[in-house]
Ligand binder design. Structure first.
Ligand code: KG4
Ligand code: ZN
Length: 353
């Protein structure tokens, strides 16, 4: 009798050229438990996302152990709901793609182990997907005609980077943050302003009604490089808030939000345009949760238009964590003949950018 991995390998080989490929995606890297079915990397058949936001809100942020436990409680139901929504059975799945990193190890392990069990039970190829590639692929689901090459601005809770994406399987890191990720910075600033978790979306909301009248940084951040830094900005906002409190001054939350967001966005826009010029890319895509930020979309859209660059960003629901983007990335891994994992696959807190 053939062993599991021999069968998986044979099926994986056949999928490289199969006409229609249905990938089941699984995502559990942070506080969203998500399972999705995607056809040919582009067509979402179902995408179920169970968020734990309400659970973590009272702690002011994600508590890793609580996240893991809630993934365990949710994942079977989310899987079954996904199949039901797509009106499919397990027999319709060609491969299982799962986020193996980056993220919270305990949280990732739930998805990874569920994916391993499913692959073994159904004799299906198991594809280990990087969360970074997932966020990039969210753009393939939102823009049917978008293809590499393009420049990608990756902006999430864990990463801030510029990637030169040459094709579906090849990308080069041009620059990344030397300290905090921009999403982390949004969340910390929101927290110091007393706004509920998750903070990024609250800052975005307040920034719309605030005045950009506070100067937090006097100098350009890491000039002439494509690396980012957000800890200085974060500290500047925290110091401002503390000083205002000490003086018993009322803090205009919306003005702080608007001024902070403008400063953070300016750094992202400046470096993205510089990178696009450096590598000669005329297409730029935004990826990751902060890609949902309306100020970033507007400012980068304007800057790209001035440079005759076309800007893409995922549909709002696909900016933040979801399994459809993992299934899409998994499909492109299969077509490129990479990512096949055996049952010893484990979770990784970090991945290569
Ligand atoms: O990509 P994501 O869902 O998870 C990670 O891979 O980290 O990104 C989450 C981050 C959080 O920091 C959250 O505050 C931020 O994305 N975020 C936003 C907005 N929506 C989500 N930041 C700014 N403006 C938004 N509208
Ligand atoms: Zn993410």
């Amino acid at each position: 009798m053939k062993k599991y991995f021999e069968i998986a390998k044979e099926k994986f080989e056949a999928l490289k050229t199969k006409k229609d490929v249905v990938v089941l995606g699984i995502e559990s890297s942070c506080d969203e438990t998500s399972v999705s079915l995607v056809k040919n990397g582009r067509e979402i058949l179902a995408n179920v996302v169970a968020t734990q936001i309400e659970i973590h809100k009272r702690f002011g942020g994600v508590v890793p152990e609580v996240a893991s436990r809630n993934h365990i409680l949710a994942i079977t139901n989310v899987f079954e709901e996904c199949l039901a929504k797509a009106n499919m059975t397990a027999g319709d799945i060609d491969a299982v793609a799962v986020t193996f990193g980056a993220g919270l190890v305990g949280a990732l392990l739930v998805g990874v182990n569920f994916a391993k069990a499913l692959s073994y039970a159904l004799n299906l190829p198991l594809i280990a997907v990087s969360h970074i590639d997932g966020h990039i692929a969210a753009n393939f689901l939102s823009h049917p005609n978008l293809k590499p090459p393009f420049l990608c601005l990756m902006v999430s809770g864990g990463h801030t980077a510029l990637l030169d994406v040459q094709d579906y399987a090849t990308r080069t890191l041009l620059g990344s943050t030397i300290d905090d990720a921009v999403g982390e910075c949004f969340d910390k600033v929101a927290r110091v302003l007393g706004l509920p978790y998750p903070g990024g979306v609250q800052i975005d909301r307040l920034a719309k009604i605030g005045a950009e009248n506070i100067t937090f940084l006097k100098h350009e951040v890491l000039p002439n490089t494509l690396n980012f830094s957000f800890s200085g900005l974060k500290t500047a906002v925290i110091n401002y808030v503390h000083t205002q409190k000490q003086k018993n001054h009322e803090i205009a939350l919306s003005d702080v939000a608007a001024s902070f967001q403008k400063t953070a966005v300016a750094q992202l826009v400046g470096k993205t345009i510089a990178a696009a010029k450096q590598v000669g890319q005329k297409n730029v895509v935004i990826a990751g949760g902060v890609g949902a930020n309306s100020g970033l979309q507007r400012a980068l859209g304007d800057a790209c238009a001035r440079e005759d660059i076309t800007l893409f960003h995922p549909n709002l629901a696909l900016c933040t964590d979801n399994a459809a983007m993992i299934a899409s990335a998994g499909y492109y891994y299969i077509r490129a003949g990479r990512g096949l994992a055996d049952l010893d696959l484990t979770a990784s807190p970090v991945v290569k950018l």
